[in-house]
Design a protein around this ligand. Structure first.
Ligand code: SF4
Length: 469
């Protein structure tokens, strides 16, 4: 029987797409190969957010050619959408399927021969720029003409069988000047409310105790949904969260990244008041400099951002608060960087994702003057990481001697510690801290844990069986 293997690069949304592609192949009767070296079709689901993400994809293609010369390499995802001709010209690539066509990827792969003669050809890219590639190896069209949303729950490989991630939104209507995502994923579109509830209920029925909802720009969820004559306005993210709480018995809902201006007072209050929503707020910041935010075409000013974070902290004193920050945006001066550094120092972040600017072809930022030398951008990145590490350390240590709710993951390790019968179980707390729980515990259980100490970047604790276990 034919088999497939899907390898994902990049963000959660890409992993969710990968899970949906796996579903397509299974529906076509194919099995998932245990290794890519054994698969008939190897799908590389790529990312284009940085130049190095694309480099990783090219290196993977070379590796697969060596390991499994007989397979068909299919490249999909954001890199395939951004530069189809470049990808198709890489030695060993059999098929390029952009984001525009990946909802049909398995069908295309299996029925390519018949597709050649069908009217699908109308939606191929022009072949004038296609080096050695042939026209029937590329399936890419204008992403803005597409409204499909590919989604299937996805599992973090490290925490497999726990905490599925459900993508409920794709695309983005913003135009941040550094970002290639809108041009490769198209306009914002939402999984409709009934489908979200159906997916969440299926996950609950299958025994999952935490579900993460995510999107490319999750705060835009619902804005594209149709308004029916005389009907109520379509719900927004807050309405979606309320509906999940009301119409499912999900024990814990975790909300992934939400842009600053979508943190309304009532949304913050809802998160603070519901024990069924994880106390975890991820709020992309990018820069603390007004001038840089303007050049980035971000829609908020530093004082807006500061106000949102302070409100979140006041409403939820023990919540995890994280942010994405970029260093080395074109023209970023020492003073502008210092504005970012100072804002991070002031605000109660518990972790940061720090990125170094990567110039993406076709974005306005790529053409801006005064590109920052890579060495300077990297040094700024290092400074922010150090700052973030200190904040995380302080936050973690503030829970020693207290108790926290944590969900057990599917990772049990042996230890020489006799106080826990030689085993520890990895968990993740409600407020997004790694916690090593003494003893061997079943995955996917919410436990109340007494925190004993912190070591090697994580908490160590013991279950408080008098509560819930
Ligand atoms: S909000 Fe900005 S950074 Fe985020 S996906 Fe949209 S354009 Fe890109």
């Amino acid at each position: 029987m034919s088999s497939f293997y899907v390898e994902n690069f990049g963000c959660r949304a890409t992993q969710a797409d990968g899970a949906a592609i796996e579903r397509q192949f299974r529906e076509q009767g194919l099995d998932r190969a245990p290794e890519r070296s054994e698969a008939r079709f190897v799908v590389l689901n790529t990312c284009a957010v940085t130049a190095s993400a694309e480099q990783d994809a090219r290196a993977a293609i070379r590796r697969i050619r060596r390991e499994n010369p007989a397979c068909e390499v299919i490249v999909t995802g954001c890199y395939a959408q951004r530069a189809p001709s470049e990808v198709a010209a890489l030695p060993g690539v059999a098929l390029v399927v952009g984001n525009s066509h990946k909802h049909n990827l398995a069908q295309i792969a299996l029925g390519r021969q018949s597709e050649k003669n069908s009217n699908h050809q109308d939606s191929f890219v022009p072949i004038t720029t296609l080096g050695g590639a042939t026209r029937d190896s590329i399936f890419v069209s204008d992403i803005f003409a597409h409204t499909e949303l590919l989604a299937a729950p996805v599992f973090d490989s490290a925490t497999e069988r726990t905490r599925p991630n459900l993508k409920v939104q794709d695309g983005c209507n913003n135009r941040c000047s550094f970002c290639v995502i809108p041009s490769v994923r198209g306009r914002s579109r939402s999984l409709n409310l009934d489908e979200v509830l159906r997916e969440v209920n299926q996950l609950v029925d299958a025994g999952y105790r935490e579900v993460v909802i995510s999107g490319i720009n999750l705060g835009q969820w619902g804005r594209d949904l149709p308004v029916w004559d005389g009907g109520p306005p379509p719900p927004r993210l807050e309405g979606l969260v309320r509906a999940i709480l009301e119409h499912t018995s999900l024990e814990k809902l975790r909300i992934s990244s939400v842009e600053p201006m979508d943190w309304t007072d009532s949304f913050i209050q809802l998160m603070a008041e519901s024990p069924r929503i994880a106390k975890h707020a991820h709020v992309p910041m990018q820069s603390g400099s007004d001038a840089v935010l303007r050049r980035m075409h971000r829609r908020y000013r530093p004082w807006h951002y500061r106000e949102k974070i302070e409100k979140i902290r006041t409403a939820m004193p023990t919540a995890a608060i994280g942010a994405d920050v970029m260093t080395g945006f074109p023209g970023e001066t020492d003073a502008e960087f210092e504005g970012t550094r100072r804002m991070i120092e002031d605000l109660p972040f518990t972790y940061l994702h720090v990125f170094t600017f990567s110039s993406r072809p076709g974005t306005p930022a790529a053409a801006m003057p005064n590109q920052v030398p890579v060495a300077v951008a990297r040094e700024r990145n290092r400074m922010l990481r150090d700052l973030a590490a200190g904040k995380k350390h302080k936050f973690m240590h503030s829970f020693v001697g207290r108790s926290l709710d944590a969900i057990t993951l599917n990772i049990v390790t042996k230890t020489s510690d006799e106080s826990c019968q030689g085993f520890c179980t990895d968990t993740l707390t409600d407020n997004y801290l790694k916690l090593r729980l003494k003893g061997k515990h079943e995955p996917n259980q919410w436990m109340n844990v007494n925190v004993l100490h912190a070591a090697e970047g994580q908490l160590v604790g013991i279950s408080d069986c008098s509560h819930r276990c």
